[in-house]
Design a protein around this ligand. Structure first.
Ligand code: GLY
Length: 380
């Protein structure tokens, strides 16, 4: 039997960042993943760092998103320094393009909403938008510039985080966590895998879309996979500086000249096939937003599984099983929410309770009302 201070199921960005945070605080940490670290949603994502809500339902997550966004520059600097690896961070801003006949009114409304949430946003005319990003379609009627937004190469960040966490002393172990192990008093004693119990003072589930497959976790983290299909394009005819959005697509430029285009949102189980319909949807959106990409080469296509939750909000915090914490369900914002999640979970591991502002993300919210309120009073 091996004993750790903290063990983490899932070696994606969230699990690796938690491992780094805890290892830096001197804890003995191990991270378990069935495959190589960071190869699931963390690999498939586009790496957009935008705290702007994509729909009214996401407004409730904006304070957490802003908190994480504010941590990003220091987080990147510290991970790059600790790992000696680049992360492809680009603090170049975002342009959201609108095509409809009433685009100007729509832009005014969204700018006002974003400013009301404390997010920098500026209305642009079509000409101004095309001046900043000549690849944008002439059919764009109006646009929004969000100058403080950024992107990161999530694949590079995954590699850098694993290296940094390993150098700080965290162990990465290949193996699928099968269940939560409870001791005789009902406390979480660790994880069970391959017939063995891995003992730890604190066990953290950060297995993204796969979290609910770990026995004992589903009631706290009823996540389901939301497939996203993506393309990587390379186009000699144009250069894109900022992340570009329309309601149908986003385009994310990388430092090496690639332009990522995505993504579909499909609730089709644990299926990662790239389909004709998915590629068609991505290409149609990309060419509508930036017609010059018609001459682009398609370099790669892939699909990943976002961890979606019943209310589309992340699941962060303590459960009513002592020693069991959850950090999953980040849905479309996992890369953005990585540094804040790592800090919050580290705070809990070290015994400091989370403030009331984080209660909406509690893993206890999915339990039947009475059970949830009772547990909430005793664990938060
Ligand atoms: N964050 C964008 C997406 O999930 O597609």
């Amino acid at each position: 039997m091996k004993t750790y201070d903290a063990i983490i199921a899932g070696a994606g960005l969230i699990g690796s960042a938690i491992a780094l945070e805890l290892a830096r605080k001197g804890l003995r940490v191990a991270v378990f993943d069935p495959g190589p670290p960071g190869q699931e949603a963390s690999w498939a994502s586009a790496g957009i760092l935008s705290p702007a809500p994509e729909n009214p339902g996401m407004i409730t997550a904006v304070p957490l998103a802003k908190e994480s966004m504010a941590l990003y520059p220091d987080f990147i600097a510290s991970v790059e320094e600790a790992s000696g690896l680049p992360t492809g961070y680009r603090a170049k801003g975002t342009i959201e393009a609108h095509f409809s006949a009433n685009a100007s009114e729509r832009v005014s409304t969204v700018v006002a909403l974003h400013r009301g949430l404390g997010l920098a946003a500026e209305a642009l005319s079509s000409a101004d938008a095309r001046h900043l990003e000549p690849a944008l379609s002439e059919d764009v009627e109006a646009a929004i510039l969000r100058p403080d937004e950024a992107s990161v190469d999530n694949r590079l960040l995954s590699l850098a985080l694993v290296e940094a966490a390993s150098r700080a002393g965290a162990r990465f172990v290949t193996g699928a966590v099968e269940s939560v192990a409870l001791d005789a008093s009902g406390r979480c004693a660790g994880f069970a895998m391959r017939g063995e119990e891995i003992a730890a003072s604190v066990s953290i589930v950060a297995a993204g879309a796969f979290s609910a497959r770990i026995a004992g976790v589903e009631k706290y983290a009823p996540v389901v996979p939301a497939k996203g299909q993506m393309l990587s394009l390379r186009c000699a005819a144009t250069r894109i500086e900022r992340v570009l959005w329309s309601e149908n697509i986003y385009l994310v430029p990388r430092n090496d000249g690639r332009i990522l285009a995505g993504a579909t949102v499909e609730h089709v189980g644990f299926d990662k096939a790239v389909t004709a319909q998915g590629v068609h949807q991505d290409l149609a959106g990309a060419l509508e937003l930036a017609p010059i990409l018609a001459s682009a080469q398609i370099e790669e296509s892939w699909a990943g599984l976002r961890p979606d939750t019943p209310d589309h909000l992340p699941i962060l915090g303590a459960t009513d099983v002592e020693g069991l914490l959850i950090a999953t369900g980040h849905y479309r914002s996992g890369v953005l929410l990585t540094p804040a999640t790592a800090q919050l979970i580290a705070r809990l591991v070290l015994g400091a309770p989370l403030g009331a502002e984080y209660r909406r993300f509690s893993p206890m919210r999915f339990l039947p009302a009475g059970q949830s309120a009772q547990a909430s009073a005793s664990t938060h």
